[in-house]
Design a protein around this ligand. Structure first.
Ligand code: SF4
Length: 391
């Protein structure tokens, strides 16, 4: 552990603290109302705490996040901000207002400010706090509108309120609303999934993140599966995801990243910066950020997944990234995005074009849609070609 990252700072690089280069900002809120059965993220459930204890930890955490953000931001330009979790709606309207105001005192408004929320905690007051606090996108973790499917996922939100909560979010954010939907839920049929997607589209969100359920080891869902819960066979789960994808495309949503679909002009700018590995700072317990300099070297800075340590004294963990690691990560992340890595940025970082680095793989995989659907095979070819090159 290195308490501060100065050992690796190079003022000549774009991530140097004296630079005014664009750097996006990710703030991590590690709280949830209750743990979902499939979740293996670091998060602290607050639902069972007394209002007093809840407010106390939330306020201490917001103070720490704002202080650390101020320290890290320097005079960087911040094109996009993403407040994720956990579940930022666990902060409540008062907590979110305080966080947004604090952020507003540290930097000019970003072009895109996204907040993640869960329907069970995103009530009217929270939505208003976001709407009036400069939030431009709300990403709502719906997963499914089906009561049985939500139960299978161990989602504890009030099912009856779900349609009203989504409708209220659509009213405040219009096309700035993004819905998270999920396929491959135990017991889910293709007809149920299509009903779910149709229902999601009926709110006219500008963006949909559509994931296939993965059962992470050590989660309650994995334990339930070991105890007899029947999961969908992989080919059925694949068929369902592809059916959902077709429904989204028919609805006018372009498939622009492995799990993301958007109406024209509604792609998520912040996440595109991740996929293109443009520099970002991550602040919060369990948050991570990556900055890459003009010579293809970079560093990743993260904080341990421990809210109490973050509150009492954030400790940066700095991981230097050499050119070869950066190059592989750029391929790994960049080709999740339909348009691939940014050509100009790639050239600036590595002094040659991506076509010069993996020419054979790109000639073989010239169909971008196929590349997205069979990303792992594409990446395998890319890495094999890289291993045989002099790069
Ligand atoms: S709300 Fe999200 S972060 Fe929280 S437990 Fe559920 S899946 Fe995990």
């Amino acid at each position: 552990m290195i308490p501060r990252g100065e050992e690796y700072a190079d003022p000549a690089e774009p991530f140097g603290s004296r630079s005014a280069e664009a750097v996006s900002l990710y703030l991590h809120i590690p709280f949830c109302d209750a743990k979902c059965d499939y979740c293996d993220f670091y998060s602290i459930p607050l639902g069972h705490k007394s209002p007093k204890d809840k407010d106390r930890i939330i306020n201490r955490y917001i103070t720490a996040v704002l202080k650390e953000t101020e320290r890290r931001l320097g005079n960087h330009r911040v094109p996009t901000v993403y407040i994720g979790g956990g579940s930022p709606s666990s902060l409540g309207a008062a907590g979110m207002t305080r966080l947004l105001r604090g952020l507003g005192s540290l930097m000019p408004p970003a072009g895109e400010l996204t907040v993640e929320a869960n329907p069970e905690t995103a009530d009217g007051a929270f939505l208003d706090a976001c709407g009036s606090g400069g939030v431009t996108r709300l990403s709502l973790g719906v997963q499914s509108f089906d009561r049985r499917a939500l139960k299978a996922l161990g989602r504890r939100g009030g099912w009856q309120d779900l349609p009203h909560r989504v409708a209220a979010a659509a009213e405040v954010f219009g096309p700035g609303l993004s819905l998270d939907m999920m396929s491959g839920i135990p017991g889910q049929t293709e007809a149920e999934l299509r009903r779910d997607i149709d229902r999601a589209l009926s709110y006219n969100p500008g963006h949909i993140s559509f994931y296939a359920l993965t059962v992470e080891p050590g989660t309650p869902l994995a334990r339930r599966a070991a105890g007899g819960l029947t999961l969908l066979p992989p080919d059925t789960a694949d068929r369902l995801w592809l059916a959902g994808r077709r429904a989204l495309i028919r609805g006018g949503y372009g498939h622009y990243e492995v799990s993301n679909f958007a109406l024209p002009g509604r792609r998520g700018a912040h996440n595109i910066r991740y996929w293109r590995m443009e520099n970002w700072i991550g602040v919060g317990a369990g948050a991570s950020g990556t900055c890459i300099g003009s010579h293809g070297r970079g560093r990743r800075i993260h904080y341990g997944p421990d809210a109490e340590t973050f509150i009492t004294g954030p400790v940066e963990i700095v991981e230097p990234l050499d050119r070869s690691t950066v190059l592989r990560e750029i391929l790994l992340m960049g080709y999740r995005y339909i348009e691939g890595p940014d050509p100009a940025l790639f050239r600036k970082r590595f002094g040659r074009t991506i076509e010069e680095v993996i020419p054979k793989t790109l000639a073989k995989w010239n169909d971008t849609e196929k590349r997205l659907l069979f990303l792992n095979s594409f990446l395998l070819d890319s890495f094999m070609e890289l291993d045989h090159s002099k790069f």
